[in-house]
Design a binder for this molecule. Structure first.
Ligand code: E4P
Length: 220
């Protein structure tokens, strides 16, 4: 399972990219809105794409298919490797089909059920983003939606890649990997939390102390 960073914060994306374990980045309008309003969105997205060098999902904000397709054209002029992120609404599916027919990758977002993912995949989505954290927020098992999707994908050999999105904690990451998501898009904070283990820290401290003690002994 690949890891993407779910962020529009360049500092966090740079730090995540420096870890060498990130294959892409997903943004959305709310993540962009958290950043400095003086930043030019196009310049920021180009910086993000250059930093990660892999998958970069950029979301459209139109709600009609023609508007979505116009936005997709504009984004692809910024950088042709962009993946166009499109909300799961009827107009979105129309746009996904048109983009798929032109070989342009799409990431269908705001999916909360395996049925929605199945429909998006049949419209030609390259990626289907299942939002588990927002399901947990309303007392519904979010990981189960990822499990259901992965099971259907296995049964039917579906080609779209499943992105586990709206990940809020390290357990979400673990459960999505176990469920069979192809990709998890993770906030930088959750990536750091998932790296942390007290035995790693204690073990390193002991190694370094033992080494220092050995060097001191040899020098005495
Ligand atoms: C990624 O594609 C989604 O936009 C993102 O994971 C949503 O996360 P949230 O539910 O924490 O806003």
């Amino acid at each position: 399972m690949q890891l993407y960073v779910d962020s529009a914060n360049l500092a966090d994306i740079r730090a995540a990219a420096a870890l060498g374990c990130i294959s892409g980045v997903t943004t959305n309008p709310s993540l962009l809105a958290k950043e400095d309003p003086s930043l030019d969105v196009k310049a920021l997205l180009l910086d993000i794409h250059r930093t990660v060098g892999g998958h970069t999902s950029v979301e459209v904000v139109s709600t009609d298919s023609d508007g979505m397709l116009r936005e997709a054209d504009e984004i692809l002029q910024w950088f042709p490797e962009a993946t166009i992120k499109i909300p799961f609404i009827p107009a979105g599916l129309t746009a996904v089909r048109k983009l798929a027919d032109q070989g342009i990758p799409t990431n269908v977002t705001l999916l909360f059920t395996a049925n929605q993912a199945l429909i998006a995949a049949n419209a030609g989505a390259t990626y289907v983003s299942v939002f588990l954290g927002r399901l947990d927020d309303i007392s519904t098992d979010g990981v189960q939606a990822v499990r259901d999707t992965a099971e259907i994908w296995d049964t039917h050999g579906m080609e779209s890649l499943i992105i586990a999105a709206s990940i809020r904690n390290p357990l979400h990451l673990l459960e999505c990997a176990r469920a069979g998501a192809h990709i998890a898009t993770v906030p930088y904070k959750v990536l750091l939390q998932s790296m942390k283990h007290p035995l790693t820290d204690a073990g390193l401290e002991a190694f370094l102390n033992d080494y220092k003690a050995m060097v001191a002994k040899k020098g005495s």
